[in-house]
Design a protein around this ligand. Structure first.
Ligand code: MN
Length: 229
C-alpha cells in the first residue's frame, strides 16, 4: 500500500446478526418523502412529491447502543425512523427484479435531522448537507441478512422516546417500495456492495432533547437504541 501523508480514516463497518464478519460501508443514500403521512405533516402534497435522494457520509453512522451527542448549530434536532437496505451486489440502471436480488440485508436506522437548518435550506432552495449530513446523524442497528431476494415488505416500523411511541407506521405504506426505490436510485448512481439506503420515514417526526433514550425498530430487523447526550 502507498505511504500516506497522515493516518488514513478508519474503515466504517456495521455488525451483522449471527456473523463475526462485519458489513463494510461504502456510501449512505437516503430517500426523503417516501410515506404519504410524513409528506403531509411536512406541508407537502403527495401527488406532486416523488421521493428525493440525498446522502450522508459513512462517518455519520453510529453503531447500536452508542451515545449520540446533541449536535451543535441547531435547537431542533428531529428523529426519523427508517428501514435501511444494505447492498451486497452492484446495481446500475437495474430492473426491480435485479434490485431485489442485490439486497444483502436489512437494518433499522435513524435519519437525524437539524430541522431548523433544513427549513432554512428549503426556504433558500439550498442544499440539505448541513441539515442532514452532520457527524453522528445516522444511528444504525445490526444488519439482518436476507435468506433470499427481497420480496414485498409489510410490518411495523416504530420509534419511541423514553418509552413513549412517537412514530408508528407500516413498511407496506412506502410510496416507492424498496426494489423500485433501488432501481430508481441506480438510474442516478452506480450502486456497489457496501452501500446503504435509508428508505424514508413515516409520520410523527419530532424533536429530541439531551438524555432522551431513543428505541427504533423496523419489522424484520434487530432495531436500534441510543441515548442523546
Ligand atoms: Mn429521512
Amino acid at each position: 500500500m502507498s505511504r500516506t501523508i497522515f493516518t488514513p480514516p478508519p474503515l466504517i463497518t456495521i455488525p451483522v446478526v449471527a456473523d463475526e464478519a462485519r458489513f463494510a460501508v461504502r456510501r449512505v443514500f437516503c430517500a426523503g418523502r417516501n410515506y404519504a403521512d410524513h409528506v403531509v405533516e411536512m406541508g407537502g402534497q403527495v401527488s406532486t412529491t416523488p421521493p428525493v435522494f440525498f446522502t450522508k457520509p459513512a462517518s455519520a453512522l453510529v453503531s447500536d447502543g452508542h451515545d449520540v451527542p446533541y449536535p451543535r448549530a441547531t435547537t431542533n434536532l428531529h428523529h426519523e425512523i427508517e428501514l435501511v437496505l444494505a447492498l451486497g451486489k452492484p446495481l446500475q440502471q437495474a430492473s426491480e427484479d435485479d434490485a431485489s436480488k442485490a439486497v444483502y440485508g436489512l437494518a433499522t436506522g435513524i435519519d437525524l435531522t437539524r430541522r431548523d437548518l433544513q427549513a432554512q435550506a428549503k426556504a433558500k432552495s439550498a442544499p440539505w448537507a448541513a441539515a442532514k449530513a452532520f457527524d453522528h446523524s445516522a444511528p444504525i442497528g445490526p444488519i439482518t441478512p436476507l435468506a433470499g431476494p427481497l420480496g414485498p415488505l409489510a410490518g411495523a416500523i416504530r420509534l419511541s422516546v423514553n418509552g413513549s411511541i412517537r412514530q408508528e407506521g407500516d413498511l407496506a405504506h412506502m410510496l416507492m417500495p424498496p426494489a423500485k426505490l433501488l432501481a430508481a436510485l441506480s438510474e442516478l448512481f452506480d450502486l456497489k456492495p457496501g452501500d446503504l439506503v435509508f428508505t424514508g420515514t413515516p409520520a410523527g417526526v419530532g424533536p429530541l432533547q439531551r438524555n432522551d433514550v431513543v428505541v427504533g425498530s423496523a419489522h424484520g430487523t434487530e432495531g436500534v437504541r441510543f441515548t442523546v447526550v
